[in-house]
Design a protein around this ligand. Structure first.
Ligand code: CKP
Ligand code: MG
Length: 310
């Protein structure tokens, strides 16, 4: 049985230690918000499946090999030989500040469509327990957006709990475009995750969390970066401070946070304990280089409870 089903685009990622124009060496890995979450859950022992499309090329092989090695189920992903795998460049500029550039227009990943998600729900046996979708997939084009719409619709029918991370990307679309696409999904979303500045994508209300709960969302989790995170639900509001770590690379921190949160949900933890796990996995991502490489396994979750040498 699948614990978490997610869908999106995963790209080959090139990380430089300075401006790319100067040449030199780059670290090569993979990046994609939804697969970051899948890896985070797999590391914690959950069964995570990623639906996506890669090209029949070396970057695509890197994506598939990496996800397989991390224990992510690729049963419902596919290769499209007519389009290239997308690329993402992270050029390290100062301290933990990266310049991020996408080369993903027309990519295989953006060929994801509604037909790609139906097999995951049509497979005999129990439906996935969780579906995780993000605004990034919705921003990739009409077909990827329809894939999200279809996945959410099928999840509703199957009794699968649905999580939406707004994950707003200015380089992919405007706030107005994101609002027009994501707001209609809200009646079918159980759990919303957003950073405080992303809430305006979902509602114009002065009290966004209350408005989203009134719209039918069960839990609204708001990330405040170094200020921690807050969970809002009908039973009340809980806040957890961020864990104090040295900041190395903040990219992927949001996805790591979601992985901890959803892991807590799958384990049946209460809201405060789920948030604890979320700020912990988020801290692992912040304190290590790469989107997902530093994410913890079960035993490592406790490392940050004791501090260095503790
Ligand atoms: O919100 P996060 O920093 O956790 O997301 C990072 C990911 O998918 C990164 O892996 C990148 O590839 C992306 O978001 C993206 O498409 O921007
Ligand atoms: Mg994010």
């Amino acid at each position: 049985m699948t614990d978490l089903l997610t869908l999106g685009e995963t790209m080959a990622a090139f990380r430089t230690t300075g401006p790319l124009r100067l040449g030199g060496t780059a670290g090569i890995s993979v990046a994609g918000s939804e697969s970051n979450v899948a890896i985070g859950l797999a590391r914690l022992g959950h069964r995570a499946a990623w639906v996506g499309v890669t090209g029949a090329d070396e970057p695509g092989e890197l994506v598939r090999r990496t996800l397989r090695a991390e224990g992510v189920d690729l049963t419902w992903s596919r290769v499209d030989a007519t389009a290239p795998t997308g690329l993402i460049l992270f050029e390290n500029r100062v301290a933990d500040i990266n310049r991020v550039t996408y080369h993903r227009a027309g990519s295989a990943g953006s060929r994801l469509g509604p037909a790609d998600v139906t097999p995951a729900f049509d497979t005999p046996g129990p439906a996935p327990r969780l579906l995780h979708v993000t605004g990034i997939t919705c921003a990739l084009g009409v077909e990827p957006y329809q894939a999200v719409v279809e996945a959410v619709r099928r999840a509703r029918t199957a009794g699968t709990t649905v999580c939406l991370d707004v994950n707003h990307r200015n380089r992919l679309w405007s706030v107005a475009q994101a609002a027009a696409a994501l707001r209609p999904l809200l009646p079918s979303i159980d759990l919303v995750v957003a950073s405080d500045d992303e809430l305006a994508v979902l509602t114009d209300a002065a009290d966004p969390a209350s408005a989203l709960l009134s719209a039918g969302v069960t839990e609204v989790v708001v990330k405040h970066g170094a200020g921690g995170a807050t969970s809002h639900s009908a039973t009340g509001t809980t806040h957890r401070p961020a864990r104090t770590v040295s900041v190395v690379d903040t990219v992927g921190a949001g996805d790591a946070f979601v992985a901890g949160l959803l892991s807590g949900w799958l384990d049946g933890l209460d809201a405060p304990t789920r948030l604890d796990r979320a700020v912990t996995t988020g801290a692992f991502a912040v304190a290590t280089r790469g989107d997902w490489e530093g994410l913890p396994d079960r035993a490592e979750l406790a490392l940050l409870d004791h501090g260095p040498g503790g």
